[in-house]
Write a protein that binds this ligand. Sequence first.
Ligand SMILES: C[S@@+](CC[C@H](N)C(=O)[O-])C[C@H]1O[C@@H](n2cnc3c(N)ncnc32)[C@H](O)[C@@H]1O
Length: 326
Amino acid sequence: MIVNKDTKNVDHIPVLEEEVKFFLNIRKGRTYVDGTFGAGGHSSMILSSADCRLYSIDRDPNIKIYGQKLKKEYPNNFQLIEGNIGNLKVLLEKHGIDKIDGGILFDFGLSSMQIDNSERGFSFRYDGPLDMRMSQEGPTAADIIDEYDEKELSNLIYKYGEEYKSRKIAKAIVNYKKSKPITTTFELAKIIREAIGHKSNKKIDPATKTFQAIRIKVNNELEEIKQALEDTKKLLAPGARLVVISFHSLEDKIVKNFLKINCGLIENPYRHSLDIYNNPSDKNIIFSLLTKKTIKSSEKNNKINPRARSAKLRAAEKNSDFADAA
Ligand SMILES: C[S@@+](CC[C@H](N)C(=O)[O-])C[C@H]1O[C@@H](n2cnc3c(N)ncnc32)[C@H](O)[C@@H]1O
């Protein structure tokens, strides 16, 4: 999803829109879930594709305004739920839903609304408080930085940022903290850039990986993703679809492994590709994989929406044999 800053009205272009539409297989009378509503770009596309029912979820309370707009357009077909997809099954059960016969979509990561709002503290490009909480509840990024010692920071930055210079960064943060707490995005970004340097030929800002790591920790992102994916096994009815878009390798690894296990796929060590482990009686084969390779955004679409560049889509269909899996 991107936000067009040239207009007062927010103009949403969802990532991989056509591909999501194709793989979700949106049909009249079916029920769908958009687990990451954001500004409602994909939700809007789903509702306009067929006379279906849609439950959209987001943990960010600021999305209500977009939800209200869709509710006005589709009063009988659309329901917005504020909550965490780590509790997907429970959230839907509270609305009387225990089976989804259409499909479930996840478009992980942050919305442009979140990134481009300096007050939310997600981006090192804007100066703002070190917050980074999607739900605006619980400890902030500043709290975590304040609380963690050098080793904990280094481990966090290495694990969730895949940053091999994590030790240098952690040391610089802890040194700085001795004189004053780190409370703003610009302060943190400056400490990181000074600690590991910024090569002028590198496009990626040195603060990128550390910001990613802290954001993942603040929002417990990877655990919530794992739980949400697990819940889809019970929620989806036979023939219903699971469509997932991820933005960085840690997210994609979780999705890939989940599908590998639940589609009964094994990695062929000789051909570096996924092959079907053809044993239909295997009780682990809950889904059939629809995307042997990840689906990526076209160059044309990347030009319109540069954030789509790192998006990867994977999709699967729930198998009939698992009608009663619960
Ligand atoms: C990339 S945006 C989705 C954009 C949306 N597909 C659109 O077209 O407008 C991701 C959204 O998912 C939400 N989100 C991320 N993790 C979540 C979680 N664990 N539970 C609920 N919402 C989550 C974020 O708050 C954000 O609004």
